[in-house]
Ligand binder design. Structure first.
Ligand code: MG
Length: 468
């Protein structure tokens, strides 16, 4: 009897929220801003009390700021493989205990059989550009221009590689000796500068991104992947940011990245593109804590880069799309693994049906404020599943310190350690003995997941000068 009233009420509500219709009418543009080793606690909008990040704070206030957002791996190469393929790196061979990332003497890379986000978007008519750190293979067949990007400008691996200088990374950075790292700066497939002058690298990446945005035509959708080399050690920043931050050298670096985010948003506004552009900001893994004041902050989380405690993988996650994403703080689980299926769905594409994907379409959360479809998060260290989160609970089957002496302490746990992340974000109090039911559920979820993983050729162990 009440049905007609309900229908009458529903109609004006639908008219008041036209966002999904707008999204379907024209293909949205996508910008990913991906930092290297930025910690969960490094931004003011994630609780840092000294570093000033007004542009990222504004982006968070205007969009969705996720509190429980995870990179797919605790180190660079596997994490980058995951965001660009929507698949766990264990499926592509882009992770290894022996060689945790790619090196300048590596001859592997993201296999040609993997489908990148850039490639699928290109197939849907997008212009594509990669600026910054790549780290999915620096040989010609692996470079961005061979993997779906029209153009590339950046350093193809980590900024601490090709080291020719003597001394530790902190001392060299404090002396400003960028020449100590003979890293190449490339345009498309050519080296245009070596060593790359890292003092100006964040600024030049921002300028390149702005140039790309200013050259856009409204009729052609685009995908810009802006992957900063900073704040990965060794730290560098340009002159206007030297000594600027109350949080020291590291704060200077973060504040320059924040400035660069402001430049990107300003360029979108200037071109009247912001209402049709989804900007996503995140980091590839947690802070590199062994570098102390040159490493970032995981905030309240345990440990940092390299390990499977939350400090290694929980990262900032901010989505901005004015007029389409309603401002909110999202406390559900999300992951960089979800970027591929989410963007592809928003662009009107379909997930390839010939392989296993590990991501979820977050569109309903972004556009309609629905709960996240992601209830689980696997935590891999290299090829091994160390931990699993289901809802608020996280079970550790294996724990191991991030780097140095700590990394030698590898412990198996049976029963697994269990933490309630909602009430114990720092992973301190093992509650396994109180919750055998939850442990059993997590074990069966992890077993079912393991059964989907097939052995593949390892890409990171291919080196001309293998590690002993
Ligand atoms: Mg990294």
């Amino acid at each position: 009897m009440n049905y007609p009233i309900a229908i009458l009420l529903a109609a004006p509500l639908a008219l008041a929220y036209p966002a999904p219709i707008t999204a379907a009418a024209a293909k949205p543009n996508f910008v990913i801003i991906f930092c290297d080793d930025m910690g969960y606690g490094d931004l003011a909008c994630y609780g840092h009390d000294k570093t000033k990040t007004p542009n990222l704070d504004a982006m968070a206030a205007e969009g969705q700021r996720w509190t429980d957002f995870y990179a797919a791996a605790p180190v660079c190469t596997p994490s980058r493989a995951a965001i660009l393929t929507g698949r766990l790196p264990v499926r592509s061979g882009m992770c290894s205990t022996k060689n945790r990332v790619l090196f300048p003497d590596s001859f592997g890379g993201l296999p040609a059989s993997e489908i990148t986000l850039a490639a699928v978007l290109k197939g849907l008519g997008y212009d594509t550009m990669a600026v910054g750190k790549w780290h999915l293979g620096h040989l010609p067949q692996f470079l961005p221009t061979a993997r779906g990007f029209d153009h590339y400008f950046g350093i193809p691996y980590s900024n601490d590689m090709d080291k020719v200088g003597k001394g530790d990374n902190i001392a060299l950075a404090e002396k400003g000796e960028f020449q100590a790292y003979n890293v190449p700066l490339m345009r498309d497939t050519e080296i245009v500068e070596r060593p790359a002058n890292q003092h100006t690298i964040t600024r030049r990446y921002a300028e390149e991104a702005v140039r790309f945005l200013r050259s856009r035509e409204a009729s052609k959708p685009f995908f810009l992947y802006l992957a900063h080399n900073m704040p990965h050690v060794p730290l560098f920043r340009s002159d206007p940011f030297k000594g600027k931050s109350a949080a020291g050298f590291y704060g200077d670096v973060i504040e320059e990245i924040d400035w660069s985010v402001g430049q990107v948003v300003a360029a979108l506004k200037e071109k009247a593109l912001e209402r049709n552009t989804l900007v996503f900001f995140s980091s590839d893994n947690g802070p590199w804590l062994i570098f102390k004041h040159h490493g970032g902050s995981a905030g309240p989380l345990r440990d940092g880069k390299g390990c499977t405690y939350d400090g290694g993988m929980r990262v900032p996650g901010i989505f901005r799309w004015p007029g389409t994403i309603a401002p909110a703080i999202v406390r559900d689980i999300g992951s960089t693994l979800d970027v591929f299926p989410t963007f592809l769905a928003l662009a009107g594409g379909k997930l390839p049906g010939d392989r296993t994907y590990d991501g979820f379409d977050l569109g309903p959360v972004l556009l309609k404020s629905k709960p996240s479809p992601r209830q689980d998060m696997p935590f891999y260290r290299d090829e091994t599943l160390y931990a699993w989160r289901h809802g608020d609970f996280k079970a550790h089957f294996t724990t191991q310190g991030a780097y140095g002496e700590d990394a030698k302490r590898r412990e198996q746990h049976d029963p697994p350690i269990l933490y309630d992340l909602r009430n114990d974000v720092g992973e301190q109090t093992d509650i396994a003995s109180n919750h055998p039911d939850i442990l059993a559920q997590i074990r069966s979820l992890a077993d079912a997941h393991r059964a989907t993983v097939q052995p593949v050729e390892n890409q990171l162990d291919k080196r001309t000068k293998p590690r002993k």
